[in-house]
Design a protein around this ligand. Structure first.
Ligand code: PEP
Ligand code: MG
Length: 577
């Protein structure tokens, strides 16, 4: 059909709504000498006036939709737009240097940023730096007649269409209005796809051409289970989409009956089906979907939400919220995992040629001990409110793990000396997401309380295939025997050392992976909340003893991902028969 485009099915569900095109405008310009300074100043003042109107409206929207804190950010922007040291200085440069407004704006922006970055240790100054950047971008966009799209202004149902969505953009998405995501770039395990699943929003990623084929406001049907988008659907397509949406909702209702059940295999083995969280508030959806634990709280989203680093007290409150919402249940909170495709707008880090192989996650924490220690103190303080496990991301070598544990111990000792209570049964674990860690799992297992396999990164690093590159979707399979070998080796090493092993990557809720993980004795499956009940349902139909036989068979006979997949499908058929 000609009005259908396809991509990677990244988050299940069906939605019908108009497109909201989120395109980063081209803000390039040339520095020019001008002759008529008054005309140039008038052009700049027009841009300031439009920007002011826009920001005034944003202050109001933020007040009603997001609260006073968000409104304050825009109020600060308004102050910059009224500040003679900013606006006046730009006009002076236009006058004195006879250059165009864009170039004069850039000069003053750089001057302010330089001044404020000299005071970068100060959180308030960092916020001001981000404000100056935002305001300058808005002004530049108006000077170039390229208005900026703004996710925060969305106030009616839409399907978001973008080249790519960075995690910090998705952090601003309001699921009340955003009914689906479509992107040109990205793969099934890129963070925008993960966020879509967390929010329970259908998503199709890696379409390659959505932003060129779809126009703003065009009616769309998105089917996130099939990876399909229908542009301007006809009556027949619309009613088929509505049927699919109803069937999807019925399935959700049937699964809801399992909400209060424990997760057991067909032959009675209990495993934990846990939730992955992006923000503390996600814990509500986790509880609603019957999560038996929290297997991964990606704390970086907490850092992305603000204009600067969250304070120790803010972090304690966030971690406490999650722990108290999960009484008597294990809650694994991962320390900051910034780098790769995740950035903080207020933390200027050097550009890297290969960010996924760069200073990311635990490497960044160890290189910035002040940020790391603040987070660890907050975690330790919060530990008394529940059953906390602290988890370190991207550990590749034992010295890294030991350094992280030493710093944790130092902070713990200091708190105890200061009379602060810390939980006595705090667990300390690590992610297994670098092949080196999986290979050395036996050595690591002696030094932690648990493992959680990060299959998203483990797949990417084992197969040397960037997880956000849609061209590599075929290669990036958790079913690849090389990946399975590392997963099974990790589970075995954990059990030999007497510790538990979970998985918090997307493979934990992949129906093909389920018997391969249950059969190897995985103790905990952690996933976006919206997949929990489907996995619990699938586990009920899967015997661990039979799945263990499948694992042996795959180990002996399968040499490619396709062969693995076929063997699992045959197994599932014979089992259902
Ligand atoms: C993983 O890599 O599988 C994982 C859970 O971590 P993240 O997706 O946040 O990198
Ligand atoms: Mg990871």
């Amino acid at each position: 059909m000609t009005n259908v485009i396809t991509g990677i099915a990244a988050s299940a569900g069906v939605a019908v709504a108009p497109a909201f095109l989120f395109l980063e405008p081209d803000l390039s310009y040339e520095r020019r000498q001008i002759t008529d300074q008054s005309a140039e100043i008038a052009r700049f003042e027009d841009a300031v006036a439009i920007a002011r109107q826009e920001v005034e409206a944003l202050v109001e929207t933020a007040k009603t939709k997001m609260g006073q804190d968000a409104a304050d950010v825009f109020t600060a922007h308004l102050m910059i737009l009224q500040d003679p040291e900013f606006v006046g200085a730009i006009e002076e440069i236009i006058q004195d240097q006879q250059i165009n407004a864009e170039a004069a704006l850039a000069q003053i922006e750089q001057k302010f940023v330089k001044l404020l970055s000299g005071l970068a240790g100060n959180a308030y100054m960092q916020e001001r730096m981000a404000d100056v950047r935002d305001v300058s971008k808005r002004l530049l966009a108006h000077l170039l007649h390229q208005p900026l799209p703004d996710l925060q202004t969305i106030s009616s149902p839409v399907i978001l269409v973008a080249a790519d969505l960075t995690p910090s953009m998705t952090a601003h998405v309001d699921p009340k209005f955003v009914k689906g995501f479509i992107t040109d770039e990205g793969g099934k395990t890129s963070h925008s796809a993960i966020m879509a699943r967390t929010l329970g929003i259908p998503a199709v990623v890696g379409t390659g051409k959505a932003t060129t084929d779809i126009s703003a406001g065009q009616q769309l049907v998105i089917d996130g289970s099939r990876g399909e988008i229908i542009l301007s659907p006809n009556q027949q397509q619309l009613s088929a989409a509505k049927n699919a949406r109803d069937a999807w909702q019925q399935r959700l209702q049937a699964e809801a009956a399992l909400r209060h059940d424990a997760s057991r295999t067909a032959d009675g083995h209990h495993v934990l089906v846990a939730a992955n969280l992006g923000l503390p508030a996600d814990v509500e959806a986790a509880a609603e979907n019957g999560a038996e634990a929290v297997g991964l709280f990606r704390t970086e989203f907490l850092y992305m939400h603000g204009e600067t680093f969250p304070t120790e007290a803010e972090q304690v409150a966030a971690y406490r919220q999650v722990l108290e919402a999960m009484p008597d249940r294990q809650v694994i909170i991962r320390t900051l995992d910034i780098g790769g495709d995740k950035r903080l707008p207020y933390w200027q880090l050097p550009q890297e040629d290969n960010p996924f192989l760069g200073v990311r996650a635990i490497r960044l924490s160890l290189a910035n001990e002040d940020v790391f220690r603040t987070q660890l103190r907050a975690l330790l303080r919060a530990s008394v409110y529940g059953r906390l496990g602290i988890m370190f991301p991207l550990i590749a070598s034992l010295p890294e793990l030991r350094a992280a544990k030493r710093i944790l111990q130092e902070e713990k000792t200091k708190l105890l000396q200061a009379g602060v209570k810390v939980s006595e049964d705090l667990q300390v674990g690590m992610m297994i997401e670098v092949p080196a860690a999986a290979i050395m799992a036996s050595a690591f297992a002696k030094e932690v309380d648990f493992f959680s396999i990060g299959s998203n990164d483990l797949v990417q690093y084992t197969l040397a295939a960037d997880r956000t590159n849609r061209e590599l979707a075929q290669l990036s399979q958790p079913y690849d025997p090389a990946v399975l070998y590392l997963i099974w080796r990790t589970i075995e090493a954990a059990h030999q050392a007497g510790i538990w092993c979970g998985m918090c990557g997307e493979a934990a809720c992949d129906p093909i992976m389920l018997p391969l993980l249950a059969g190897a004795g995985l103790d905990e499956f952690s996933m976006n909340s919206t997949s929990i009940l489907a996995v619990r349902d699938q586990l009920r139909h899967c015997s661990q003893t039979e799945a263990a036989k499948l694992v042996s068979q795959v180990r002996e006979q399968a040499a490619t991902a396709a062969e693995v997949k076929k063997m699992v499908i045959d197994f599932q058929k014979s089992y259902e028969a």
